[in-house]
Design a binder for this molecule. Sequence first.
Ligand code: ADP
Ligand code: MG
Length: 141
Amino acid sequence: MIIETNSPQETFEVAKKLAGEAKAGDIYALSGDLGAGKTLFTQGFAKGLGIDEIVNSPTFTILQIYESGVMPLFHFDVYRIADIDEMDEIGYEEYFYSDGVCIIEWASMIEELLPLHYTKINISRDDEKGFDYRKIEIKKV
Ligand code: ADP
Ligand code: MG
């Protein structure tokens, strides 16, 4: 599925709607350049799970957990991971195979740890289509 948006609000709404379909154990792997909208997408997704806390990029902590929604949301940002062992250190398996939902920014950096089935989301810009244009590709693998 490909969705095109022209404002942050639109991307937020797309993600919020998608969260309505999320089931426990689901993993959403986000990719896209810096500033593409991965964190913004996560904010909308969190909202869709009924989470009212402030959601920011957990770049310096790798993982942020939100438990105020209909199910736990495990928000990873693996951009600063230098070694895949750091994922073991935070005990990622407990979250990947859990009663919550995982959303992972820069997921391609830990591709070998992803389970067989997950939802791939790529967000990209196109300068010719304007500053706020984003193409959001959603694909279940
Ligand atoms: P990332 O986490 O991918 O580095 P962020 O979500 O932190 O990116 O930032 C995305 C930025 O792009 C925000 O400042 C947001 O307001 C802006 N933006 C502009 N248009 C869009 C759009 N259509 N969808 C998402 N973000 C957009
Ligand atoms: Mg981010």
